[in-house]
Design a protein. Structure first.
Length: 95
């Protein structure tokens, strides 16, 4: 029982640290307006907001994110991500 409580506490602590790191990265690489837009998006489309956050965090940790992303750049990123994917159709013709 005590081991399970310690494991749960460790998991909670790890989640808290990850969330703190995520917020630090977002504050560093997003303007206030972009963070507000991302926060608003979280209410309407939480999955999309999570996807964008993960992309930004991965880019930042890999060193590919060098500039601060403003609201306009975030809008462009959201448009790119939310564009419908083209379906590829394969047709078989009998000869």
């Amino acid at each position: 029982m005590e081991y399970q409580n310690k494991t749960n506490l460790d998991e909670l602590e790890q989640r808290r640290k990850m969330e703190q790191l995520k917020q630090e990265i977002l504050v560093k690489f997003l303007t206030k307006e972009a963070r507000e837009r991302l926060g608003n998006l979280r209410y309407v489309h939480p999955e999309l907001a999570e996807e964008v956050e993960n992309m930004l965090i991965q880019s930042a940790l890999a060193g590919r994110l060098k500039l601060v992303i403003d609201d306009q750049k975030l809008k462009e990123l959201l448009q790119t991500i939310s564009q419908p994917k083209k379906e590829q159709k394969i047709r078989f013709e009998n000869k």
